[in-house]
Design a protein around this ligand. Structure first.
Ligand code: ZN
Ligand code: ZN
Ligand code: ZN
Length: 369
């Protein structure tokens, strides 16, 4: 698996004229070699050139952390008094164009640029973005397992098994976090719980507000799966809304339009469709119900080892969806100081059509507790 990824990366480098790829902290590295760099001031950096195994520059005493894969990379431990920047610069000497991972600390990039003044630099995403976006069957299995885990939590919310009325958003968020871990995730990436008027803020930070009867509760949560040592985890991300009691007709109508927009957008996410056109399908449907003015963000984002990655389903993105793309479809409406709603599924585009990974009910659940 990792060897094939390295081959694909090297082919992409040759095609795009990139002489070396440097990866440090961030999701590219675990995706490519199964190792996550420690986010510290001691440099960890994978040096990939156009052929042969890569080299992982790493503090010597962190070598025992690494699951070795000699067919993919060799280890170059550096001692406390050595200069790792000089080590990296020496390995890529003469490179005209170097791609560097998007999450690399700027201090390392600045030092590298100073020691390689004639090199031109591009973002690592220009090499890895498209490749990471095309999921392998094994990755789709991981994403499906992650999605099924959060589906079960959403089902518990809809069934009223997670009490809401009388609890604070933060308290419910903490319970979602516990359940995300219990469902096989190593990390909780977020657990947004937004009640009533707070649901009008798409990235609301759950706080002390107590959930009452007769309001919408928007829950958007996900994590990164626990995998065997040396393999990267995959992300889940789902949004469902429940109402504590019978919703007013106006909310019900808006929600029904949102649900229709979401399912139409899922159906439109076919192989070959420009990513931005899928966003337009949802936006046009919301416009029919005069809700498009309240749809404040893009339709969706890719997902994989990173919670947000390529492809982005946003107006202006003309890149066609390809088989194996994994992305969210998450339209919403957010009426300031009043209420809001969002419905989010993770979907794979396949040659047989869009395949949603989240299959828990999309209906507005009424909960009484
Ligand atoms: Zn978001
Ligand atoms: Zn989400
Ligand atoms: Zn999302």
């Amino acid at each position: 698996m990792f060897e094939q990824r390295l081959n694909r990366v090297q082919a992409e480098m040759t095609e795009t004229g990139v002489d070396a790829l440097l990866l440090s902290v961030g999701p590219d590295l675990p995706w490519l070699i199964g190792y996550q760099a420690m986010p510290l001031e001691r440099l960890t950096m994978l040096v990939v050139t156009a052929d042969g195994p890569a080299k992982l520059i790493i503090p010597a005493f962190e070598v025992p952390r690494v699951v070795e894969r000699p067919e993919v990379f060799s280890l170059v431990g550096w001692g406390e008094t050595e200069d790792p920047i000089a080590l990296v610069a020496g390995l890529v000497k003469g490179a005209e164009t170097v791609a560097i991972g998007d999450h690399t600390w700027s201090r390392f990039l600045v030092e590298l640029q100073q020691s390689m003044p004639r090199t031109s630099w591009v973002g690592g995403r220009s090499v890895t973005g498209k490749l990471r976006a095309m999921k392998e069957p094994h990755e789709i299995d991981r994403l499906q397992a992650a999605a099924s885990g959060v589906d079960r939590i959403a089902a518990a919310l809809q069934a009223g098994d997670i009490p809401l009325i009388g609890r604070t958003e933060a308290d419910v968020s903490a319970e979602l976090g516990k359940r995300i871990r219990a469902e096989g995730h190593a990390i909780v990436n977020f657990a947004i719980v937004a009640a009533g008027e707070n649901a009008s803020s798409p990235h609301h930070h759950p706080g002390d507000r107590v959930i009452g009867p007769g309001e919408v509760v928007l829950c958007d949560f996900g994590g990164t799966t626990a995998e065997p040592e040396g393999e990267p985890g995959y992300c889940s991300d789902i949004t469902r809304c429940v109402y504590t009691g019978e919703p007013p007709a106006e909310f019900r109508e808006a929600y029904d339009a949102l649900q229709d927009a979401q399912s139409k957008a899922v159906a439109a996410a076919v192989v070959g469709a420009p990513a931005g056109s899928v966003d337009k399908v949802a936006r046009d449907r919301l416009a029919q119900s005069d809700l498009d003015q309240w749809f404040l963000h893009r339709l969706g984002h890719g997902i994989g080892v990173e919670a947000h990655e390529d492809p982005y389903l946003v107006a202006g993105n003309a890149d066609p969806l390809v088989a194996g793309n994994a992305f969210s479809i998450e339209p919403g409406f957010y009426v300031a100081d009043r209420w809001g709603a969002r419905i989010e599924d993770i979907v794979i585009s396949t040659d047989d059509g869009p395949r949603p990974l989240n299959n828990v009910s999309h209906d507005l659940a009424i909960v009484e507790a």
